[in-house]
Design a binder for this molecule. Structure first.
Ligand SMILES: *Cc1c(COP(=O)(O)O)cnc(C)c1O
Length: 359
């Protein structure tokens, strides 16, 4: 039998007026639904004390391990209102499986796929009123797991907390969907062989922030990272995978090397692009191939993909001393985006069985 969750409804849910106001302009990751999921793990008891309960602050001892050593992982996926009034999440099992791989890399305990999916289902059901229905909106789910043992000894925690919080989501980038400018990070790398690049861990983000700041200082929205060994192979952005469209219609994405995060959106596009008639290549791509390809017209589009922003066109790659800009027309990114968003929102047939109906 799977983990049993106690359901403890919030005594003070948002009023219908407040909820309508929030769902009218959700933004991204600023406002959270009425409930959250919590479960605890210890070696002796395994997972226990699983609950869906009122959203609210945590009280943690200052010596809690996660504050000091960053033993922490997370996930992100979305629940979408369907045309028939039901709610579906998109490939939650893929996130659950990645969560298990991330946990293994960070010496955290595994949470079974069925328990992960059930926890998300219960939260979405409890906060169904928080799933926005306007076009392109969703309820973003943020599962995470962290070391909550108290003490400064450096070792894998024997007291771990799993949580899910939920946030109504509109468009990820302020200013809506438009091509972004990317900064090529030449001083900082995000992940090295043998490191944690393929794990969705908090520390990867902490390590990327200085490069992100450099991007902003140079008028860019996001950073592109190169491999840490040769400093020439394009890996990904700080939180999104990357795709290149060639002039013969081929779609190229960097192959998974162990230092690239295995995006669910990336994996989905491998299949979807094939459905749309594109050849798909997963291979290494040199940053000079990017720069020259833009100049010669061999590369016609570049786009980034991830759950939060779905698909975002990259208009310009900028580096210290130069930049390469693509034409603003992005028909391939738009077609892939429409195909993906159509399935997620239940307006295109889900031929691959990616939608998970929330019971
Ligand atoms: C989460 C994440 C992605 C995108 O993964 P999706 O499953 O598509 O949301 C890409 N790169 C990094 C570093 C990430 O953390």
């Amino acid at each position: 039998m799977g983990l049993q969750f106690a359901i403890e409804p919030s005594p003070a849910p948002a009023s219908p007026e407040r909820l309508a106001e929030i769902l009218g302009a959700p933004g991204f990751g600023r406002l959270f639904s009425d409930h959250m999921v919590t479960a605890r793990w210890t070696e002796e008891r395994g997972w226990h004390d699983a609950r869906v309960h009122a959203y609210g602050p945590l009280q943690l001892d200052p010596a809690t391990q996660v504050f000091h050593y960053g033993q922490s992982i997370f996930e992100g996926f979305k629940a979408y209102a369907q045309p028939d009034g039901s709610i579906a999440t998109f490939r939650p099992e893929a996130n659950a499986e990645r969560f298990i791989r991330s946990a293994a890399r960070l010496a955290l305990p595994a949470l079974l796929v069925d328990d992960f999916v059930a926890a998300a289902d219960l939260l979405v059901r409890q906060d169904a009123a928080w799933v926005p229905t306007a076009a392109e909106t969703s309820l973003y789910l943020r599962p995470f797991m962290m070391a909550t043992e108290v003490g400064l000894g450096v070792r894998p925690a024997n007291d771990v907390t799993f949580m899910i919080i939920a946030s109504p989501a509109g468009s990820y980038f302020t200013g809506g969907v438009r091509p972004v400018t990317i900064w090529l990070s030449e001083d900082y790398t995000r992940a090295a062989p043998g490191g944690t690049g393929a794990a969705k861990c908090a520390g990867n983000y902490a390590a990327s922030l200085v490069a992100q700041q450099e991007a902003i200082d140079n008028g860019c929205e996001q950073v592109a990272f190169l491999d840490a060994v040769e400093r020439r192979w394009v890996e990904e952005l700080g939180g999104m995978n990357i795709w290149f469209v060639l002039d013969d219609g081929t779609l190229v994405t960097p192959e998974l090397t162990g230092s690239i995060l295995e995006g669910v959106t990336r994996d989905t596009i491998v299949t979807l692009a094939g459905d749309l008639g594109h050849d798909v290549e997963e291979r290494r791509i040199d940053v000079d191939e990017w720069r020259k390809g833009v100049e010669t017209g061999r590369i016609t589009e570049v786009f980034a993909c991830g759950t939060a922003a779905v698909i975002t066109s990259v208009g310009t790659l900028r580096w210290r001393g130069g930049e390469a800009s693509l034409p603003t027309a992005t028909p391939v990114a738009a077609a892939v985006r429409n195909a993906l968003v159509g399935i997620q929102h239940g307006v295109a047939p889900d031929t691959h069985g990616w939608l998970h109906p929330v019971p």
